[in-house]
Ligand binder design. Structure first.
Ligand SMILES: [Zn+2]
Length: 237
């Protein structure tokens, strides 16, 4: 991968996909910052995971990714957007059971426009920090029907942000056309597979992960298809 001598800002949730994007960005860009959103998601554990991963990467001794510089600093900003929970009734924020909405066919975890909001706030931060590259782990392949994860949405948002900020911003989406197994293989190729130990996926918010909910199942199936072992601890697998 050709290194770009510029800075990037990664939208980073502490999940599997955004952690892959973080490592991808560290390989591709001269320096990397991360932005995490606290929107009172059901599991605050996600934010703890995000912090842990940044700490892990910043501590010289523990890093086992051989191409990573000995001392790296990732500027990590956590932005409170908890007003989102007053606005929405999504299972991702409130304690509703995961099911599908009969009308839209979308999972109840759907937070309408979440990625548009995240990327717009990230763009405002990037502008102030003079960063021209945003990286987001959105994906059209496994996108569960989320319309704001689609390539067309991201391209259109990029055009809007460029115009609205009058700033030459590029949104990178390295996972856009990958399925879970391909994302896992990319992380293996980047040498960051062990970092998945700290990522959070379980829908029930359990650690060790339950291994039985739909999110754990999707994750484990990805590893199975990639023929690799998930370093995460599970209660059942
Ligand atoms: Zn689970």
């Amino acid at each position: 991968m050709k290194k770009i001598k510029e800075n990037a800002l990664v939208v980073f949730s502490g999940g599997q996909d955004s952690t892959t994007c973080l490592i991808w960005a560290l390989k591709k860009f001269e320096s990397v910052s991360a932005i995490t959103f606290n929107y009172k998601q059901r599991h605050q554990i996600e934010i703890e995971c995000a912090k842990k991963i940044i700490d892990f990467l910043s501590s010289k001794k523990k890093v086992q990714i051989n191409w990573l510089k000995e001392s790296i600093h990732i500027d990590h900003v956590i932005v409170d957007i908890s007003f989102l929970s007053n606005l929405l009734h999504s299972a991702m924020i409130q304690d509703l059971d995961m099911k599908y909405n009969d009308e839209t066919g979308l999972p109840t975890t759907f937070v309408p426009g979440r990625n548009i909001l995240f990327l717009t706030i990230a763009a405002a931060l990037a502008y102030q920090k003079k960063i021209k590259h945003l990286v987001a782990g959105v994906c059209q392949t496994d996108y569960s029907g989320y319309p704001d994860c689609r390539d067309a949405t991201i391209k259109s948002l990029q055009a809007t942000l460029k115009l609205g900020l009058e700033y030459d911003l590029i949104i990178h989406t390295p996972l856009m056309w990958k399925d879970k197994a391909e994302t896992i293989k990319l992380m293996q190729k980047l040498g960051g597979l062990e970092l998945y130990k700290y990522t959070h996926t379980c829908y029930k918010g359990e650690r060790p992960a339950c291994g039985e909910c739909f999110a754990c199942e999707l994750r484990l199936n990805g590893f199975k298809k990639a023929r690799l072992t998930d370093p995460l601890e599970y209660k059942h697998r």
